[in-house]
Write a new protein. Structure first.
Length: 56
């Protein structure tokens, strides 16, 4: 069973793992995936599709 509860602290590495483990979850419905997504965005490791950016 997968835990969907937020964590007190989330590392960038754990955020990456969480995004993979919760691939089928929607961030709007899964608190830990939402936390992981925010952590990666704040760290500059993820750029949401709704934010314009230039690819390489």
């Amino acid at each position: 069973m997968t835990n969907h509860s937020e964590l007190p602290v989330m590392t960038i590495e754990y955020a990456h793992e969480t995004m993979q483990r919760h691939l089928d979850c929607q961030a709007s419905m899964c608190p830990v995936k939402a936390q992981a997504k925010k952590r990666l965005i704040d760290a500059g490791r993820l750029v949401p599709a709704d934010v314009p950016h230039q690819g390489f």
